[in-house]
Design a binder for this molecule. Sequence first.
Ligand code: CUA
Length: 658
Amino acid sequence: MRTRWIAAGALVLVLMLLAVAGGRFRGATAASAPDLEGLIKTKGLTPDQVRAAVQTFVPPGKYDEYLMFSSGGQSGQVLVFGMPSMRLLRVIGVFSPESWQGYGFSNETKEILREQAQAKEALTWGDTHHPAISETNAEYDGQFLFINDKANARIAVIDLRDFSTKQIIRNPNAASNHGAVVSPNTEYILEGTQYAAPFPFKHVPLTQENYNKSYRGLATFWKFDRAKGRIDPSASFQIELPPYWQDLADFGKFESDGWVFMNSFNTERAIGGTLEKKPALEIGASANDVDYMHIINYKKAAQLIASGKGTTVNGIKVLSLADAIANGVLYFAPEPKSPHGNDIAPRGDYVVIGGKLDPNVTIYSVKKIQQAIKDKAFSGKDPYGVPILSFDKVMEAQVKIGLGPLHTQFDDQGNAYTSLFLDSAVAKWTLGGPYKKPAEAWKLVDKLPVQYNIGHLAAVMGDTAKPGGKYLVALNKWSVDQYTNVGPLFPQNFQLIDISGEKMKLLSNTPVGMAEPHLSQIIPMDKVKSWAVYPDVGMNPLTMKVDPNATAPGKQRIVRKGKTVEVWMTAMRSHFTPDRIQVRQGDTVILHITNIERAKDAIHGFAIDRYNVNLSLEPGKYESVKFVADRTGVFPFYCTEFCSALHLEMAGYLEVAP
Ligand code: CUA
């Protein structure tokens, strides 16, 4: 205790010296304010905590070093944090309407939300799990972000120039998905199915026989057109897989380029039936000692599709399971019971698997996998004829790290970090050659408890070819005793960890009280070049071009054509032009609104009372909204952003006459 306080005293002294040198501290030592040492003592802070506070503190007006893109879980959105402060900087509307951003209210964003959605399914939420930043040469390039909706088998494309969603693609043949990962140069986004379903999707009675015969998994490779900033379904394809529950996947890079490694569980093909006295799914699905890692040669699959091998099912080309097997596209390798994380080492040379019910991480060598395929070193075939590589021939190492290993991230020193769900800890362990000398290879070197039940973890560029080290975030599912009670729905708990030294150090807690985020990706702030204002006045956020209906000052007008009233409006501090609109009950009203401001942060909103209309108009943005004026009355419309001293006066009236 004594030595701890001597250390604390020394640290405080350094801090005070620094502050005095800065010339700002003298005033604060006046009798009225507690001095720094007193403050530290009163709060009972340890030297490590004081250090952590200083390390993570970003003074007002200064910026964070990193951005962390985090899935917003059941909120259907994406969360953007600054790191190391862990301040929430943005929420991006993706699969659910987001009223602040007018997302799901304007014509442009309604179209995104409805794109490829089946008309019968009015989807108003998504379950976002895995954000993936676009990559160039297997490094984040900060241009686009992709994220999956597990619940509805959708993938969204977010443009990081304006941090807004541009496209949502619905998988026509899958019911659910897990994961969105990008290839090293973002040619493809891979979407794996989670729960097997009848293929093609329709009703097939759920019997064991039908399940085995007619249910399937799929690996969908969505082709990304970087110039257009959109997924091109016509150039995309799927590979039919056995009805196992395909899970997380990763694209190979460098020596594993052209390959994909994907976990699966429930290779038992359990279908449940608790009420019928059959084993519960969780029992049936974890009966076998091993499941199968899928090893997919997707470049070969793309060639086969290009040469006409696939058949089109619901608008997308599919390579059949038989063709995938016959042409060396699909192999299996046994993997530890109920695997979850599947992560490729920075050089693309190892595949790391965490088996939830196995205390080891299992590491596969890509070279050995390739050799085993060449040698046909198979230990058998699965019921569908997929060759299974002999485990001993492809396994490089197993490192015993603790209970419930899930996901792995890497640093710049040849270390790996794996989340331990059951242990509620992060394990730090070493990779082998070429990352570490043989004597230091494949060893558990540190373990840090976290609060509690960690799922994913994210390190700076931690799943790329160039991990940044420095920080790691534990995405904990439970927070239990870490925060004041705010009702029985507890926040999730993000914990920031310093990984720059030999020992990991816990720095801070961040409650996330809006959903269960799954995965995050962390990128240096300067790699993301986002706009402060839309570069041209009248830019349509959907087309990213000046819209033909954008309105210049002096060109504002109201035009009636039959039963349609069209309004070309501008917004600027502190008025809408026009500010009076007169229509008749039953008219269709189309508003085209352009924010003609050029000043940063001169944002306006546009809401019509009782008409469920709310738009966000950032400087230079064009948006439109269409509705039927079915209720009579005089409806105020107003600006919803406090934009100026006369913000309250930034209003008008919509008259709907009988
Ligand atoms: Cu514009 Cu308030």
